[in-house]
Design a protein around this ligand. Structure first.
Ligand code: NAD
Length: 464
């Protein structure tokens, strides 16, 4: 389709990052094979089905399918590839260090299938500094005939956000390429040329944002690129924890965090993003990456007090929702509470480290009957949250019926469409704990509590 010089690409790991990467590169005109060890996932993809929910990814998949194939077989994916991406998971171990076992497995399997021509192995997984060199050593160790192989290792951290992954991939702020070999960077520049020049037809369903021109290309050493990803996530996590810490003080002094963050966000040195107070950050990255940085520091005897505090604030924040409920309802045992939103953010089905998980777990421990709803993530919750005690509701209205309180944990559009001026009518008590600022300010029905605003007088609660 596009005038791209097509490269052969293998993407190892077809999770949230690998899938987006594979499909986006095929859309740009490259020939891509996506590889995963999860047979079920690969079979779904071979049938044209997606194993995750991400807006418009199904359309981009359809538009790129002639240049895409899926396999579990390294021998059919690696030998022909000019560029091989490692996109496997790096989940946290109990001490906070990232588990690099999947990266090691992938590197070994890649090594055993190199073709003797120049191939570039790109690490897109988030990994500690030094992992690129370690991957190179693993390849050296496991390659069938190491001396016949010429390969280069590049770090190309990923900055996409679930829920807006396509826009983030097609119109990134920057592309970071780290390598100690210029030839490795050159090949990646060739691969990303359509993105760097924005020389591709923007899909109608993910239009180029107004004013967007081209991304910044940032070339660095291998280790700097590895550090950039952690530093970026840590900074974003800090911003959220900062907003949450100020939110707590706002409640003490009778200020409103929404007004405060609006007031500071217009300062260009601060910016408005990631200042949204709520039940704390979640998702697969912030918790894991802050823990990883702190644990890497520990290895060097280097303390990271700012990050450590950000993590503590985040843990405390998850309790705030429960405290607000207790302040209104006092004893929670036997109460019925609706939880709206389970995914860690809207437009994804990802439940990893979702604040809703801790909220449901704590409520259930306190003897609350929890009725939960999510427009997309309920099937995944059935698989992953089997250890939690809650009932599923088919709709938000069903969850709220007869409830003593509703807690909004995820700002799905569907919840914004609810007529909040009458919705609490079917509830036993009209108490809404709105952690995501979904309920309009002019809502007149019941008591709406938000994070970062002094509690409404608990006695003022209306019973509809
Ligand atoms: P994921 O868990 O969704 O996907 C990982 C995939 O790798 C799984 O499908 C798994 O089956 C597969 N896999 C594991 N071992 C394999 C092997 N040896 N060979 C082939 N496939 C294998 O993970 P994710 O969310 O896509 O994250 C991947 C990496 O990208 C992580 O390091 C993460 O920190 C980073 N990252 C994630 C995001 C995000 O929003 N999810 C954003 C930026 C960076």
């Amino acid at each position: 389709m596009q005038d791209t010089k097509a490269l052969q690409v293998a993407v190892v790991g077809t999770g949230y990052v690998g899938l987006g990467t594979a499909i986006m590169l095929a859309y740009l005109g490259h020939q891509v094979v996506g590889l995963d060890v999860d047979q079920e996932k690969v079979e779904m993809l071979q049938r044209g089905e997606l194993p995750i929910y991400e807006p418009h990814l199904d359309q981009l998949l359809q538009d790129s399918s002639s240049r895409l194939r899926w396999t579990t077989d390294y021998a059919s994916a690696i030998p022909n590839a000019d560029v091989i991406f490692i996109c496997v998971g790096t989940p946290p171990l109990p001490g906070g260090q990232p588990n690099l076992a999947y990266v090691a497995d992938a590197a070994q399997s890649i090594a055993q299938n190199l073709n003797g021509k120049l191939q570039v192995v790109v690490n897109k997984s988030t990994v500690p500094v030094g992992t690129g060199d370690w991957v190179a050593r693993l390849i050296e160790e496991y390659a069938i005939d190491y001396h016949a192989n010429r390969y280069l290792v590049v770090s190309n951290p990923e900055f996409l956000r679930e829920g807006t992954a396509l826009g983030d991939s097609l119109y990134p702020d920057r592309i970071v390429l780290g390598s100690d070999s210029p030839a490795g960077i050159d090949r990646l520049v060739e691969l990303y040329q359509p993105l760097l020049d924005q020389q591709f037809e923007a899909p109608a369903y993910v239009p180029r944002p107004d004013g967007y021109t081209t991304p910044q290309l940032v070339t660095t050493s291998l280790s700097s690129a590895e550090m950039i990803k952690y530093a970026a996530n840590a900074f974003l996590a800090l911003k959220i924890s900062f907003a949450n810490e100020i939110a707590g003080l706002c409640e003490c002094v009778d200020a409103d965090i929404q007004e405060v963050t609006r007031g500071i966000g217009y300062d260009q040195r601060i910016g408005p993003q990631f200042l949204s107070a709520g039940a704390g950050w979640g998702g697969s990255c912030f918790g894991k990456d802050t823990a990883a940085l702190i644990s890497i520091g520990r290895e060097y005897g280097y303390t990271m007090p700012i990050l450590t505090a950000a993590v503590e604030v985040n843990q405390r924040q998850r309790q705030v929702v429960i405290s607000k409920l207790q302040q209104h309802l006092h004893r929670l045992k036997g109460k019925r509470v609706a939880v709206l939103g389970m995914a860690f953010k809207p437009n994804t089905d990802d439940l990893r480290d979702a604040p809703a998980h801790d909220c449901i777990a704590r409520l259930a421990d306190l003897g609350v009957q929890v009725v939960a709803h999510d427009p997309v993530a309920m099937p995944r919750a059935r698989q992953e949250w089997g250890h939690l005690r809650y009932q599923e509701a088919a709709s938000a209205a069903e969850a709220m019926r007869g409830a003593d309180a509703v807690i909004i944990m995820t700002e799905w559009d569907e919840y914004r469409q609810i007529d909040w001026s009458s919705a609490p009518r079917g509830m036993r008590n009209s108490l809404v704990i709105d952690t995501r600022h979904v309920v309009p300010d002019n809502c007149t029905m019941g008591v709406v509590e938000r994070i970062g605003r002094r509690l409404t007088d608990p006695l003022a609660m209306q019973v509809p």
